[in-house]
Design a protein around this ligand. Structure first.
Ligand code: C2E
Ligand code: CA
Ligand code: CA
Length: 529
């Protein structure tokens, strides 16, 4: 079975060796005859000579063949051994880890004989992007640095492997106390997150980890790995640099995610997606100056599914491109139905910027729908700004050239700094709801923070929108801090276009508004399981 992994060149080389050793034996026999002074004077002599030569040749050939094929096991074993090692980092490969795992567990994880074992799956989020930007060789150098760091940290107390792409796996033993596991995982994340110098540049990447305990019944390694990976992707959803321990509920959540992924494609065809519009009002006059378009999915069987649940999945499975096109198209069409002084902002996911033709498509859409570009605002989150800066700067510049307004969403939750914001010339900063929530007379620090964001926005020539305003007290403190535009349930919930058109015609505020978003849906889970 192992022979199939022997490369073709090696098999050809073996055949040539056997052939030449046979020829060598024949030459040897000729030389021996010559030395013995024999001449081939008769037909019988020639026949005897031929038989001797062939006999010797086949003996030598068979011997060599035996040596090669019997010894072939060694060669195959060395190929096997090669497959157990990751050629880039020299750590164990996925296969090598599976082979070493039993022995490691049986030995009790080394001299200190601990009683619990854990598999930690570690991954950074940008290997593909990194390879595309810096080339595969630089990517390999980066992986080697991470491999070396892990080898040093783990030493001979555990197993370290690279199982695929940017995914590394550590198996280690820990005592009953979870603090030991926490310390080990955080040490691993800490050491991996240190900047890496490759060539002349320094690179930092963001890691997440997932941990699965290896229970006494020893489930197959693939299952443990699947659980650790699930824990890792769950922690990634909560933010970079985080980790979590696998819990069986995660399997249910993953089933729900699969269900959403499977249903989302059909949702487009079944026209289940639509936009609701939430007003943004002037802080002093109370006039509606614009709306934010917020996507709604009304599933034909399970009802409303909130965007916070399906957008991240659409981003991961690539459907966000199609969904994003739908949103922008719908916003441009709906703008036509709203008064001229009103602007509409659309949320655009960072993943939508990955497409080369994003800006040109949007330009065509604006022209095709005869939309006044300054009535359209694009909201992007700060996470977009920490990616390839020059590329993003170029794209945002092109959007500005089209005349479109740019807003930075959830401001204050990300990493952007003043110089980046000034350079990118945003029109609007949207203060995240978490700051607004903290605004009470009892917490003057929150008001000071808002006032400093307002001051910063002014210095950049940008306006400020406060998000998620729910109480009169918050509105009052925001006005005092100099905030000019507010958005939140206090002023209006997101509503369908028909309802806001009705209000603009002078009707009463519509009662058709968002119901509170449901959380994980039991029916969907049942359907998924
Ligand atoms: P976001 O862009 O920060 O949108 C604001 C969210 O806060 C909306 O939730 C809105 O309904 C909610 N909200 C507004 N005022 C209040 C308030 O006073 N109190 C409370 N508790 N909530 C308030 P929603 O519609 O569930 O959207 C959640 C997120 O989903 C959005 O956050 C945005 O990141 C994403 N999203 C929504 N529509 C789209 C879309 O068309 N494209 C993309 N890429 N993302 C979208
Ligand atoms: Ca938004
Ligand atoms: Ca927001």
């Amino acid at each position: 079975m192992t022979r199939s992994i022997v490369p073709r060149q090696t098999r050809i080389f073996r055949a040539l060796t056997i052939f030449s050793s046979g020829m060598g034996a024949a030459m040897l026999a000729l030389w021996a005859l010559d030395m013995a002074g024999m001449t081939l004077s008769s037909y019988r002599d020639a026949a005897t000579f031929g038989a001797i030569v062939l006999g010797l040749a086949s003996l030598a050939g068979a011997g060599t063949a035996h040596a090669y094929f019997a010894g072939g096991d060694d060669t195959s074993q060395s190929y096997e051994a090669l497959l157990n090692v990751d050629p880039v980092t020299d750590l164990l490969s996925r296969k090598g880890l599976a082979e070493e795992l039993d022995g490691y567990l049986e030995q009790g994880g080394g001299p200190s004989r601990m009683n619990r074992f854990f598999l930690i799956s570690l991954d950074f989020d940008s290997l593909r992007e990194f390879n595309e930007t810096h080339g595969m060789e630089t990517g390999d150098s980066l992986l080697r640095v991470f491999g070396d760091r892990l080898r040093r940290v783990v030493g001979d107390t555990g197993l370290a492997a690279r199982t695929s792409g940017g995914e590394f796996v550590i198996v280690l033993a820990a005592n009953h106390d979870d603090r030991e596991l926490r310390a080990a995982t955080e040490a691993l994340l800490g050491v991996l997150s240190l900047p890496v110098r490759v060539g002349n540049a320094s690179h930092s990447v963001f890691w997440n980890a997932g941990v699965a305990e290896i229970h006494k019944n020893r489930p197959p390694m693939e299952r443990i790995l699947r659980h650790a990976n699930l824990a890792r992707s769950t922690s990634r959803a909560t933010g970079r640099g985080t980790w979590s321990i696998y819990h069986p509920e995660m399997t249910q959540v993953a089933a729900y995610r699969h269900w959403i992924e499977a249903e989302l494609g059909g949702a487009m065809q079944r026209n289940e997606l639509m936009l609701h519009y939430q007003p943004k009002v002037h802080a002093v006059t109370g006039e509606t100056v614009g709306y934010e378009a917020l996507l709604r999915w009304n599933h034909h069987q399970n009802g409303a599914i909130p965007p916070s649940e399906f957008i991240p999945i659409a981003e991961q499975c690539g459907l966000i491109q199609q969904i994003g096109d739908f949103v922008l198209h719908q916003v441009c069409e709906d703008l036509d139905e709203l008064p001229d002084h009103v602007t509409v902002s659309a949320n655009v996911s960072p993943a939508q910027f990955n497409r080369d033709d994003f800006v040109s498509n949007l330009g065509r859409l604006i022209n095709g729908t005869e939309t006044r570009p300054d009535r359209l605002e694009i909201e992007v989150t700060e996470t977009l700004l920490i990616r390839n800066h020059s590329e993003i700067r170029r794209l945002l510049g092109q959007l500005r050239d089209l005349g479109i307004q740019l807003a930075i969403d959830d401001f204050g939750t990300g990493y952007s700094n003043l110089s980046t914001l000034t350079e990118l010339r945003f029109n609007t900063l949207k203060i995240d709801k978490s700051f607004v929530d903290r605004l009470t007379e009892k917490d003057p620090g929150a008001s000071t923070m808002v006032a400093s964001i307002v001051g910063m926005a002014r210095s950049m020539g940008a306006s400020v929108v406060a998000e998620g305003v729910e109480t009169e007290e918050q509105a009052m403190l925001l006005r005092a801090a100099g905030c000019t535009i507010m958005q939140g349930y206090l002023f209006g919930k997101p509503q369908p276009l028909s309802a806001i058109k009705h209000q603009h015609r002078g009707g009463e505020p519509a009662v058709v508004a968002d119901a509170p978003p449901p959380t994980l849906q039991p029916q969907a889970l049942a359907a998924a399981s």
